[in-house]
Design a protein around this ligand. Sequence first.
Ligand SMILES: Cc1cc2nc3c(=O)[nH]c(=O)nc-3n(C[C@H](O)[C@H](O)[C@H](O)COP(=O)(O)O)c2cc1C
Ligand code: SF4
Length: 661
Amino acid sequence: MKKEHEILFTPFKIGSVELKNRYVMGPMGVPAAYDSTGALSDTGIDYWVERAKGGFGMMYTGVMLVDYKVETPMGPTPLQNPMGFRSRALLLNERCDAYGAKIFAEIGMGMGRNYPGGMAPSDVEVFNFPQFKGIPLTVDQIHIKRDEMIEAAALMQQSGFAGVDIHTIHWGYLIDEFVLAITNHREDEYGGSLENRMRIVKEIIEGIRQTCGPNFPVTIGLGVKSFIKALNKASLTGEEEAGRTVEESVKIVKMLEEMGFDAIMTDTGTYDSFYYACPPIYMPKGHGIDLYGPIKDAVNIPVLFRSKMGDHDMCAAVVREGKADAVVLARPSLADPYLPQKVETGKIEKIRPCIGCNIGCIGALGETGAPVSCAVNPRTLRERETLPKKALCPKKVMVVGGGIAGMEAACTAKRCGHDVELYEKSEVLGGEMIPAGAHDFKPEMNQLTEWYRGEIRDLEVPVHLGCEVTADLVVQKAPDAVSLALGASPVVPKSLKGTDLPNVMTGVDALTNHAKLAGHVVVVGAGQVGAETAVDYARQGCKVTMIDALPGILSTGFVPCQHKMMLTDMLEHYGVEVRTSTKLAEIQADGVVVEPAEGGAQEKIPADHVLLCIGLKPNASLRPALVERGCDAAIYEIGSGRKNGNVLNAVHEAFEVAYSL
Ligand SMILES: Cc1cc2nc3c(=O)[nH]c(=O)nc-3n(C[C@H](O)[C@H](O)[C@H](O)COP(=O)(O)O)c2cc1C
Ligand code: SF4
């Protein structure tokens, strides 16, 4: 281990519980972790055990909503099946304890205004659904929910958990909604002054202390700054704060300490500013550290820093400098369950980085409805069904294409013991990850590319760079299986006049070559690539206009809402002119001619440069030629060469095919 990281492997205490190191796995709600009775599933137990093995000293469960008496629960709650819940939880805790990891159960009182139909302190508009309002709770209903929280804490104690976490004064969930003045308009004892808005928190902890005794630690999360200008309106810069300020948070944490909480877990944001709450790749690592400082200074109980803390040097520094007692890593633990162990053994470069894409994790949970997973780690929440294995009959495998799908396929096949060779027609591995990582506000993209290159090297996969594979070569090599990961190329419409002019480039070419542009840039296409490219050149000082024939931006492919919200605010912040429902008719040497998508008069937008970001199309497949030649190999097509997709699609399908060879 590097000397400077040793501090991360020193023990510390939360209440009476000693934790072996400063690495805390963050709470993440994962539906697959529970069965249809509300007890922990095998999937859930394996998921936490893997992270206990990987070295996390402390782990949180995701929120378990406990109320079933007031609101209709989303699924069975632990209180409805206490015996079943307890027996599976005892097993989980026993197994994780074998690795020295302690688990805190996060229990929740409600989702509040974050989902339509939720009950709330007041009838405030629901996030993203202003036509709905929260249903105000009566005082009796508040008391029932409070008592369920206390009962649930006792159940968690009996179930072997080391402590509980009260979900939460963050993200605008029910308790946060009570505490935030902007969402609590009550005139009774639960509204008005900060003391009144905090009353529910006080009553819960007092009840837990009475029921569970003084030696059962209780923690709570706090969003120390909301970053909102209004409900449903984020503040990119933090100005015009209409939610919680750091000053108010300082008062809150003093109250929490006084009430008897044993630790506080900090982050920022609410759903209204979702890109602070669950930050996309564009948000710098450690973005909250300076805001958390006054919190740590105000209390004597441990403060755990959460949200984009996945950089080991930064983590070590905040603990060493006494700014934080521990660091909470949520998504980084999905990307690499063995992160702490790799830091401890000095194998930093082996850590698979979370790229803040939000596709497999929060995007699945909140938007697509797919099972929670991780884009870059296909084993996450499939730990048992994807155990490392060695093939009984190793096969000769050719992987054609060294983009992310090809690299994942080559690594997985090699780990399974196959005889793999990787072919790439350019001089470097990375494929579409190279332009995707060209923006300085997306550093994790390059870290992932580097990680894959390192794995290929360490696994000693022979790599043939500058080698364009033909059907003849495949037939000559006679593999048992060939994975075609041929990638995709930017669309340049042949029918469009002016695409061959010198002022025209694809966005992919501009990014790959780090093209230095000046003057007026017109970006054609307002998908994720177009919007990122527009922001990039605007940040570099260009005047940028982004046009799209569609009525909205970021409306093609799956772009998680945190990315949509942040890119939209970045476009505005950097002064990009966005013109939707605007169709490109022709490119000229000094500009573009556009017309309304619905038809109408043409207009010229002057431009020094035109960047085409109108999508990618799969490169021509080698399959027909291989079939024609009677190639005996099993042929698999993966990644963007098969169909348009994202990082998750590429990695997961490459893994699927290579693992099952
Ligand atoms: C899939 C997913 C589910 C989450 N569920 C919870 C939850 O149940 N309770 C909670 O307090 N935070 C939850 N969070 C928030 C995380 O604990 C964390 O604050 C957030 O991911 C940012 O931290 P990170 O950069 O370390 O991932 C969730 C995050 C994700 C990605
Ligand atoms: S899906 Fe993306 S953001 Fe989520 S944990 Fe995996 S890499 Fe990180």
